[in-house]
Ligand binder design. Structure first.
Ligand SMILES: Cc1cc2nc3c(=O)[nH]c(=O)nc-3n(C[C@H](O)[C@H](O)[C@H](O)COP(=O)(O)O)c2cc1C
Length: 171
């Protein structure tokens, strides 16, 4: 097997396996009204409690990348089932147009979705490039959450309602 064929096989296996990893859906946003930017992301993780921090992996080709690289603050909006329309709007539009749907407000100078399941406003603390992506590490400056939200989950290339899943894992 050539190295190219082997690499293609590894990538195929990675894609197929990742497709079946159920992920929370986030809208990562930055910028002032009139120049707001955001993308949908699943490559987001809590990083540490000391300091409270999280990380976001953003493709350097994404429209958010440059504004995020220049911004001091950004927001990680955790989408709930009630925000599925926001996920779909982000998929079909670009730039400021992504913010025409939904109750977006400015807090700490960044767009937050008022009825998101939760949101985390961060100050960029560190950036690390790897492959096609930049990992942005943010230190938390504010967070809010709703007790009553059901998560929006991305699984097998579609949005699902995880609350409808069986509580028991099959053996
Ligand atoms: C469910 C879902 C998850 C995504 N996760 C990420 C992600 O974690 N990081 C990333 O850079 N792009 C991710 N993308 C792609 C971006 O949301 C976006 O579509 C892509 O960067 C092109 O955006 P642009 O048109 O603003 O350049 C995801 C897309 C979808 C639909």
């Amino acid at each position: 097997m050539s190295a190219d064929t082997e690499n293609a096989a590894i990538l195929d296996a990675f894609r197929a396996a990742m497709r079946h990893v159920a992920s929370t859906v986030y809208a990562v946003t930055t910028g002032p009204v009139g120049d707001r930017h955001g993308i949908l992301a699943t490559a987001v993780s809590s990083l540490s409690f000391e300091p409270p921090s999280l990380l976001v992996c953003v493709n350097r080709a994404a429209s958010l990348h440059e504004p995020l690289a220049c911004a001091e603050t950004f927001c990680v909006n955790v989408l709930g089932l009630a925000n599925r329309d926001i996920a779909e709007a982000f998929e079909r539009s670009r730039g400021e147009e992504r913010f025409t749907l939904g109750d977006w407000r400015q807090e700490h100078g960044v767009p937050v979705l008022a009825n998101a399941q939760s949101y985390f406003i961060c100050r960029t603390a560190h950036r690390h490039e790897f492959g096609t992506h930049t990992i942005f590490i943010g230190e938390l400056i504010d967070a809010k959450h709703r007790e009553d939200a059901t998560p929006l989950t991305y699984y097998d290339r579609r949005y699902i309602d995880i609350s409808q899943a069986s509580e028991r894992a099959p053996r």
